[in-house]
Design a protein around this ligand. Structure first.
Ligand SMILES: *Cc1c(COP(=O)(O)O)cnc(C)c1O
Length: 344
């Protein structure tokens, strides 16, 4: 099957499995797993931060960051498209008592002016207290668009004026790095916390790594423990992450070339319309209203042709390129989509 459903639909390669099997391990909770420690040091260094902690998922990186920073009633400045609001079961409110302030913006990218407009509101006794700004890199539901370094500097400097914590949801930060030809360190420079998902473009089976100051990570560790995310011999999982950083990080631009190819194929199919232009990274959102079919119809038709895709809305779909998809697979999927849409 050609699986365009998500970049999470990858399986560890034989080489990655070998690295996992060979990993040196110890009790991570006691600070004795050498491989987990190596992964954390590697990611902290990559982002130019003091420390990092290995966590089960990106969702937990986000939740713990909120829990460390926010009090009940704290306000988080974010866009309506953020994964925090759409796909994390309201953890910000359920666990930390925080709530979002949604900034209207295009493709999930807001500005320093937007931050000032919210945080600079004249203080009255009833004014909510902003605690952090939320930046998703790349913006998933914005079509995988990366914030540029200038856009990042603009919001982080505005947030600093008001003493706000600056958090980056870096689920696809390495996709952004490839698309912008910028280092993860440059991308993360203005941020107090930033994390990297191992299970997206890097192709690992489990895990994410959250980085920040030594003090922030110390407090994050309390939450890791509290939420049941403290591990024992996690070095076997960390070894996959180290393997991926060595072998899979540099190839991410290939996924972007494949996504651009898919986008150009979709653009040429009558009735299909790309929802975000340009397609900058590995996510391709498109609408099929013009075909007279529903998104479910299209997904079902593709499934019959051994292609899996994500349904977003009544007539919208998402296709994602990743390490297991070749150029040939993308062309095959495009041909299948053309056939489904034309009723063949
Ligand atoms: C996938 C994703 C997450 C959550 O990561 P998990 O590892 O699946 O918990 C958070 N934010 C964004 C933008 C994502 O795409």
């Amino acid at each position: 099957m050609i699986d365009l459903y998500s970049d999470t639909q990858t399986r560890p390669s034989a080489e990655m499995r070998a690295a996992m099997a060979a990993a040196e391990v110890g009790d991570e909770q006691l600070g004795e797993d050498p491989t987990a420690k190596r992964l954390c040091a590697r990611v902290a260094g990559m982002f130019g931060k003091e420390a990092a902690v290995f966590l089960p998922s990106g969702t937990m990186c986000n939740l713990i960051s909120v829990a460390v920073v926010c009090q009940p009633g704290s306000m988080i400045i974010t866009s309506a498209l953020s994964h925090l609001l759409g796909s994390e079961c309201g953890g910000l409110a359920a666990v930390a008592g925080a709530f979002p302030r949604i900034v209207p913006c295009q493709r999930g990218i807001y500005t320093g002016e937007d931050v000032r407009r919210v945080a600079g509101t004249r203080k009255k006794r009833n004014t909510p207290v902003p605690a952090m700004i939320w930046v998703e890199q790349t913006v998933n539901r914005g079509g995988g668009v990366p914030w540029t370094l200038a856009q990042l500097a603009d919001v982080t400097s505005a947030a600093a004026e008001y003493g706000l914590h600056r958090h980056m949801d870096g689920a696809r930060v390495l996709n952004a790095a490839a698309a912008l030809s910028a280092s993860p360190q440059a991308i993360a420079a203005g941020f107090d916390s930033v994390w990297l998902d191992l299970t997206k473009g890097l192709g690992c089976p489990v895990g994410a790594v959250l980085a920040g100051s030594a003090d922030f990570i110390e407090r994050a560790w309390i939450w890791k423990q509290r939420l049941g995310g403290a591990w024992r011999q996690s070095g076997m999982l960390a070894a996959a992450g180290l393997y991926a950083l060595d072998h899979n990080a540099a190839r991410m631009a290939e996924d972007h070339v494949n996504a651009a190819l898919l986008a150009s194929e979709i653009r040429a199919i009558p009735g299909c319309k790309l929802m975000h232009e340009p397609v900058a990274t590995n996510l391709v959102f498109f609408d099929v209203q013009g075909t007279g079919l529903s998104a479910d119809d299209v997904a079902r038709g593709l499934r019959d042709k051994n292609v899996r895709i994500g349904v977003e809305g009544a007539t919208s779909l998402r296709a994602v390129t990743h390490i297991e998809l070749t150029r040939e697979a993308v062309l095959e999927a495009s041909a299948a989509l053309r056939a489904v849409v034309s009723g063949r």
